[in-house]
Write a protein that binds this ligand. Structure first.
Ligand code: PGA
Length: 241
C-alpha cells in the first residue's frame, strides 16, 4: 500500500520536526510493507532528503516543467532538478494544476520527461462535479488516461491516483460502490493486472475505515490530513487494523 502525502503549498523548515514521529512509526512498522512518500513543496525536498536518509520514506515533487533540459523558464523547475535534490516520485496532472490550464497533452509531455529522468509518476485523474452529474465520469477518465499516457509503453513506473475533483478539500468522498466500480474500470484499462491505483480526495483518519475496504485499492493520496503527522499516522494505522 502507498500512503502519499501531498502537502501542496504548505509547510516550512520549522515544521519538519513533527515528522520525527512519522519516521519512528514507519521504521517500527517496516515489515508491514507499505510505502510512505512525502511530496512537500520543492523548497523542502532537500532538507527532507537529509532527514529521511536511512529511513524507508521516499520523497516526491508536486509538479515539474515539461522540459527535460535546463532552460530560460523563470520560476520553473524540471524533473531532473527534483531528482537531483532527492525526489524519487513526481505528482503530475493534479486537478489544481489542470485548473490552472494544464491539459492532457502537456501532462503527457511532463510524464514522459519525468519517466526519462527516472522518477516514478503519480498520475492524477478525476472528474469534476458537473462531469459526474452528466454521467461523463468514465469518458473523462478514459480520455485523461489515453492522452496522458499516449506513447508510453512501459507503465511500470506509473501509479494512477483517482481523485474526483469535487472530493478534493471538500470533506466529501464518493459512494463506496462507485469507488469500487471506478477503480475496477481504471484497472481494466491496463494490460498489466498489477497496475497500481490510489484513491485521493478528503482522505482522513475518520473515513479511512470505509476507504480501506475499496476492492484492490493500492493506497491513498492524502492532502490536508497529511500535514498533521498524527492524522497521517492514524490513517496508516487504521488501514491495517
Ligand atoms: P485533500 O487533497 O486530501 O485535502 O482532499 C487531496 C489531493 O489534492 O491530493
Amino acid at each position: 500500500m502507498y500512503f502519499v502525502a501531498n502537502w501542496k503549498m504548505f509547510g516550512d523548515l520549522k515544521g519538519l520536526n513533527s515528522l520525527n514521529n512519522v519516521i519512528n512509526f514507519v521504521t517500527r512498522n517496516e515489515r508491514k510493507n507499505f510505502k510512505v512518500v512525502y511530496c512537500p513543496p520543492s523548497t523542502l525536498i532537500f532538507s527532507l532528503s537529509k532527514k529521511f536518509k536511512n529511513t524507508p520514506i521516499d520523497l516526491g515533487g508536486q509538479n515539474s516543467h515539461e522540459s527535460e533540459n535546463y532552460g530560460p523558464y523563470t520560476g520553473h523547475i524540471n524533473s531532473k532538478m527534483l531528482k537531483d535534490i532527492g525526489a524519487k516520485y513526481l505528482i503530475l496532472g493534479h486537478s489544481e494544476n489542470r485548473q490552472c490550464g494544464e491539459n492532457d497533452k502537456l501532462i503527457n509531455l511532463k510524464i514522459k520527461n519525468g519517466l526519462k529522468t527516472g522518477l516514478k509518476i503519480i498520475f492524477c485523474i478525476g472528474e469534476t462535479l458537473k462531469e459526474k452529474k452528466n454521467n461523463k465520469t468514465n469518458q473523462i477518465l478514459s480520455n485523461q488516461i489515453k492522452i496522458g499516457l499516449n506513447g508510453i509503453k512501459n507503465k511500470s513506473n506509473i501509479i494512477i491516483a483517482y481523485e474526483p475533483v469535487w472530493a478534493i478539500g471538500t470533506g466529501l468522498i464518493p459512494e463506496l460502490s462507485d469507488l469500487n466500480n471506478l477503480i475496477f474500470f481504471i484497472k481494466k484499462k491496463f494490460k498489466n493486472k498489477s497496475q497500481k491505483v490510489l484513491y485521493g480526495g478528503s482522505v482522513n483518519e475518520n473515513n479511512i475505515n470505509q476507504l480501506k475496504t475499496i476492492n484492490n485499492i493500492d493506497g491513498f493520496l492524502v492532502g490536508a490530513a497529511s500535514q498533521d503527522a498524527k492524522k497521517f499516522i492514524d490513517i496508516i494505522k487504521k488501514t491495517y487494523n
